[in-house]
Design a protein around this ligand. Sequence first.
Ligand SMILES: [Zn+2]
Length: 57
Amino acid sequence: MKKICKLDKKETERFVRELLEDGRRPRYICEACARLAFDRKQLCKPLRIRKKSVKKR
Ligand SMILES: [Zn+2]
């Protein structure tokens, strides 16, 4: 599968819409490009998103 980080702008927009329509939440974020994905293989520098929300003061 193609890496989300390598998609061009139009493809990224389409991907984001598909994510939203799917109703699921992505589990990984790319540290380098700030893109979201369900699969870490789709990102160049994946970082797992924690389920627990970070408390802000
Ligand atoms: Zn990336």
